[in-house]
Design a protein around this ligand. Structure first.
Ligand code: UDP
Ligand code: MG
Length: 315
């Protein structure tokens, strides 16, 4: 392997409390990376300021003045964590051989980056950071997150458990990812679709260094909803299933109503009402489900995702 360059992309939204120490710590791992993977000679940081209203950008400018290995990119307003990550990857891939994304609060262990680089040197295009504990999350966040990922997997979405957005990607993996042009995006759900050799490093997630979470409940819910609706049309299939069940129930209802009528236990008009209630309801739901299927197809067409990704060509 020739000399490789690694860029660490850091999304930051009102992170003045942690950013200076984050920058110091990330720059400091260069020596470890160089010692473990001599091929990776250069490392720089690309901090994406996601429309912060505090001193975040001033801190980035200062750091850049002192050290040209700190680069910055500033959004005109707050576009969100995922947009910041994508912008960072897009800018980084122009010069980097591999890109690591990590949160500004360093809840994900930066000391694992050298290990990620090693896995990359061994041939992995995507190295997932996977946390082996959730002790530092509140009970609420832990339970809701675990439940959410279970639901996603039930709906058929392929996810790496306990992995968020701490990962290393090779240039070709980033390039392939950027070819997915969709706007509603849940990055961690899309990465497993790329293919390519992958690896994992596990780490212990620690509490935020300073400042508070930039993901209030409102943003978290919106993010979770985006995850489901951008990755699967399984909820629509559920409507179809419910409709079919309702129609089946209508058939059962016919039998029940006939028996009740023969026994003389019904009021006039009850049987027809009961049967049509379930039947018409079922037919309506099936119709909605069918329309939903077409909308789902429309959604995949509109996304314009690549049909395939070629990994190797023998010519
Ligand atoms: N972030 C961002 N834009 C936002 C919200 C968050 O760029 O609108 C960044 C934030 O600065 C941090 C990362 O996304 O680097 C994760 O946010 P946070 O640590 O607050 O989330 P939590 O760990 O609490 O889920
Ligand atoms: Mg955090």
């Amino acid at each position: 392997m020739n000399t490789q360059k690694l860029t660490i992309v850091i999304p930051a939204y009102n992170e003045e409390a942690v950013l200076p120490s984050t920058i110091q710590r990330l720059l400091a791992i260069e020596d470890t990376v160089a010692a473990q993977s001599p091929a990776t000679a250069r490392l720089d940081l690309l901090i994406v300021d996601d429309g912060s209203t505090d001193r975040t950008w001033a801190i980035i400018e200062d750091a850049h003045r002192q050290n040209s290995r700190v680069r910055g990119l500033r959004f005109s307003r707050n576009f969100g964590h995922q947009a910041a990550l994508i912008a960072g990857m897009q800018a980084a891939v122009a010069t980097a051989d591999a890109v690591v994304t990590i949160d500004a609060d360093l809840q994900d262990d930066p000391d694992k980056i050298p290990e990620m680089v090693e896995r990359y040197a061994d041939g992995a295009d995507i190295v997932y950071g996977v946390r082996n504990n959730r002790d530092t999350d509140t009970w609420f966040k832990r339970t809701t997150a675990e439940g959410y990922y279970k639901v996603l997997r039930l709906l058929g979405v392929d996810l790496v458990p306990d992995h968020a957005d701490f990962r290393l990607m090779s240039r070709r993996a980033v390039t392939t990812f950027l070819a997915y042009p969709e706007r509603n995006i849940f990055i961690r759900g899309l990465i497993p679709k790329l293919g390519y050799p992958t690896a994992q490093v596990t780490y212990k997630r620690t509490p935020r260094l300073a400042g508070e979470s930039k993901y209030p409940l409102r943003k978290m819910l919106a993010f979770a909803w985006d995850g489901i609706t951008s990755l699967t049309i399984a909820p629509v299939r559920l409507i179809l299933l419910l409709g079919t069940l309702s129609c089946l129930l209508a058939i059962g209802m016919v039998t029940y109503a006939v028996v009740m009528k023969l026994l003389g236990l019904t009021v006039h008009g009850w049987s027809s009402l009961m049967v049509s209630l379930w039947f018409v309801g079922g037919v309506q739901m099936i119709s909605l489900g069918v329309i939903g299927e077409y909308i789902g197809k429309l959604m995949t067409e509109v996304k314009g995702r690549p049909r395939y990704t070629v990994q190797t060509v023998l010519d």
